[in-house]
Write a protein that binds this ligand. Structure first.
Ligand code: CP
Length: 300
């Protein structure tokens, strides 16, 4: 029996052992590609919110694994325009028999409810503010490549924690891997789901960590419209040259993307030697390919 059935709605239900196996397989796929294995099988990508990295990365991973991608770009020229609901769209595509349903959607959809109604495993590709498990996994996979062990390592997440599915997935993941995690953000961006250490001073927070990840300010999820003072936010919480001078030597800088340049991260930081921003993107392909392959019983 496979360690993993392919379903990944959150990170609470995946074991540390499965995560280790997934990381080992992703590492192996990075070192040496394997022949595509899953010809004739399909994976449906249902994206009801915008995406560049996640969607292209999953599509690349599917191609490498030999799965045919069926893409439902939940916008124009679909029956959503005729009033079909998102849930009906998902159920109808599931009825076509794909091996997996990879879904990006807002909080108005409940992926746990959908998973009770379909037989294919559901992979959460970014669900409202609930979670983005493969992003958290690929971020930590990227750090694991740099550090011999994750145990006791400290990851700082800076920014709009309240509206970040990435931050919420990291909070689920850190405990499983015995990493420490902390957040640094203004009061209005604190999340009620978070019980992790909180810093309000960026210099103190940056001195504490081994790696820091900035989060995008998610203006589209600020329900009352944003009254954010960009200049002040960037000075207090932005990853810019001045603030990053508090980082200890050897620390890494990350961002899951997309980036608000000059707000949560300065453009020059992305290309610094200690930046992992584009490595995160590259690693997303191997991690997602490993996810598909592990669910079919492959290991390293
Ligand atoms: N990191 C991430 O989820 O990026 P996209 O929104 O472009 O997929």
């Amino acid at each position: 029996m496979s360690l993993f059935d392919g379903s990944l709605i959150d990170l609470n239900s995946i074991s540390s052992q499965t995560i280790d196996t997934l990381f080992d397989l992703a590492s192996s796929l990075k070192k040496q590609s394997r022949p595509p294995q899953h010809h004739g099988q399909t994976v449906a990508f249902l994206f009801f919110e915008p995406s560049t990295r996640t969607r292209m990365s999953f599509e690349t991973a599917a191609a490498r694994a030999g799965l045919t991608a069926l893409v439902f770009d939940g916008g124009q020229k679909t029956s959503l325009e005729k009033g079909e609901t998102v849930e009906d769209s998902i159920l109808n595509i599931a009825a076509m028999g794909p091996e997996y349903l990879v879904i990006r959607c807002g909080d108005e959809i409940n992926l746990r409810t959908i998973s009770q109604l379909v037989s294919a495993p559901i992979v959460n590709a970014g669900w409202g503010v609930q979670g983005h498990p493969t992003q958290a996994l690929l971020d930590v996979f990227t750090l694991r490549e740099k550090w011999e062990s994750l145990k006791g390592r400290r990851l700082l997440i800076v920014g709009d924690v309240r509206h970040s599915r990435v931050a919420h997935s990291h909070m689920e993941l850190a405990g499983k891997l015995e990493m420490e995690i902390a957040v640094c953000c203004p009061q209005e961006f604190r999340s009620e789901k978070s019980s992790v250490k909180h810093f309000s001073e960026i210099s103190e927070a940056l001195h504490w960590c081994d790696a820091v990840m900035a989060l995008r300010v998610q203006f589209e999820r600020h329900s009352e419209g944003s009254s954010l003072d960009r200049e002040s936010y960037s000075q207090k919480f932005g990853l810019n040259r001045r603030n990053l001078s508090a980082l200890r030597p050897g620390c890494f800088v990350m961002h899951p993307g997309p980036i608000n340049h000059g707000l949560e991260m300065d453009s020059e930081v992305i290309h610094q030697r200690n930046s992992l921003v584009l490595s995160q993107v590259s690693h997303g392909v191997f991690l997602r390919e490993a996810l598909f392959r592990l669910a079919r019983g492959e290991t390293w």
